[in-house]
Design a binder for this molecule. Sequence first.
Ligand code: HEM
Length: 95
Amino acid sequence: MKSIWGDDCNDFKPERWIEKGGTIKHEPSYKFSVFGAGPRTCIRKQMDFTQMKIVAATIIRNYHIEVIQQSDHVPEGSMVSHVKIGFKIKVCRRP
Ligand code: HEM
């Protein structure tokens, strides 16, 4: 939503999650509500974030990823966030 994330909310910009100093940017749970918020927040949230960072670091270290088709990221209504028409990328193993 533009009202929450700004005009570039549909752009693929992973750097939006990184502070200028290189640390991970904190977003309040009521803004980034994937794991819920308040007293019923997902109890696995911290572990899930750690797991996602391990997976992302492993992929980025071993593969080069190129965006083939930048499209509007219309979200699919689901328990987990995914894109309705997909997100085309080309994946090549790093030498
Ligand atoms: C990416 C993976 C996950 C996402 C997106 C996710 C998301 C959520 C959400 C949205 C809630 C509901 C919060 C609410 O009721 O307001 C929740 C609750 C919960 N999640 Fe997760 N979850 C994930 C993985 C896990 C895993 C792997 C476990 C356990 C091994 C887990 C355990 C729980 C439990 C026990 C609750 C209930 C907490 C409570 O009601 O006090 N979640 N999760």
